[in-house]
Design a protein around this ligand. Structure first.
Ligand code: UDP
Length: 334
């Protein structure tokens, strides 16, 4: 039996594919390669380039690969972009998942692990955030992920599709071996941006807001290693397999770091000077987002391995500095 990973060429998807292969699982990937990278997927993993909206292709994959379960990452995930173009988020995230569920149901595939987000909570009233806390998204990205969670709830009632939704906090880091890592074009996430400033790919880091009600005035986030996220997907799959139960879980380290602390740790890890500039707040950024992940630890038996920010940044830097050498070599050859 095989696991279909949609969005398996993206940042979290590709790390999960690597992890599943290490665990001896059979995997097939579907990705439209709009933000994903073909080279992030191992060569021996069957790969389909295509869209979730393509029901014929989905049907072909289900028919030809003996699909047991789906881990569903494919979708758009930029808050700012979702505010500018909400309809494409509804179309790609909600519409794409709707298409996937239809084909799953037609093919009697009843297990799904879904990539959700802390953005479903909006601006939290208190931290650490628990799964039962109010979900009032402040942008279309969070809104579409929440709508999918609700669709999955009703899908279970009607079609008995068991699903686990994983609400990630701030994914960061890279495969500890340095084979794959985070590459977004353009990059918007804090840690890769700071590492680009360390390697000279950009001249400075803009710190979005320094008068938040936090000890140093900058936003606090809960950074979680991408390999720990990958492990959580595997734990969720095992739970659905063994207990046939659905659920919703936060994934975070339960510890927050400020933007300034992240920059200081990057400076320490890289040994390089990083230029910083105070900039206006980014719209819709809550001051503090920290998870309670007690439920995932207890029910999924999930235990993050790399909870230390320095380890997370060290792995990200290993990957980033390798890329840097590659980039310089290319330049030299030219
Ligand atoms: N941030 C920043 N400068 C940047 C990118 C991000 O100050 O160039 C801040 C952002 O305001 C947030 C934190 O870093 O408080 C993490 O942002 P990121 O985009 O990585 O993740 P998000 O929390 O938005 O999912």
């Amino acid at each position: 039996m095989t696991i279909l990973v949609t969005g398996g060429a993206g940042y979290i998807g590709s790390h999960t594919v690597l992890y599943l292969k290490e665990k001896g699982e059979s995997v097939v990937v579907l990705d439209n390669l709009i933000t994903g990278h073909r080279q992030s997927v191992l060569n021996d993993v069957p790969f389909y380039m295509g869209s979730l909206h393509d029901q014929e292709l989905l049907h072909y994959i289900f028919q030809n690969h003996n699909i047991e379960a789906v881990i569903h990452f494919a979708g758009n995930s930029l808050v700012g972009e979702s505010v500018k173009d909400p309809l494409s988020y509804y179309e790609n995230n909600l519409g794409g998942t709707l298409s996937l569920l239809k084909v799953m149901n037609k093919n009697q595939v009843k297990k799904l692990v879904f990539s959700s987000t802390a953005a479903v909570y909006g601006d939290p009233k208190c931290v650490p955030i628990q799964e039962e806390d109010p979900t009032i998204p402040t942008n279309p990205y969070g809104e579409t992920k929440l709508a999918i969670e609700r669709m999955l709830h009703w899908g279970e009632q009607a079609y008995d599709i068991k699903s686990i939704s994983l609400r990630y906090f701030n994914a960061a880091g890279a495969d500890p071996e340095g084979h794959i890592g985070e590459q977004h074009h353009p990059e918007t996430h804090l840690i890769p941006i700071v590492l680009q400033a360390a390697s000279g790919e950009r001249d400075k880091v803009n710190v979005f807001g320094d008068d938040y009600p936090t000890p140093d005035g900058t936003c606090i986030r809960d950074y979680i290693h991408v390999m720990d996220l990958a492990d959580a997907h595997y734990c969720a799959l095992k739970k659905i397999r063994n207990e046939k139960k659905s659920g919703t879980y936060n994934l975070g380290n339960e510890k927050g770091y400020s933007v300034k602390e992240v920059i200081e740790t990057c400076q320490e890890v890289t040994g390089r000077e990083i230029r910083v500039e105070a900039s206006p707040k980014r719209a819709g950024d809550p001051a503090v987002l920290v998870a309670s992940s007690q439920k995932a630890r207890k029910e999924l038996k999930w235990k993050p391995k790399y909870s230390n920010l320095k380890d997370i940044i060290t792995h990200a830097w290993n990957y980033h500095s390798k890329k840097e050498v590659h980039h310089k070599n290319m330049h030299y050859v030219k």
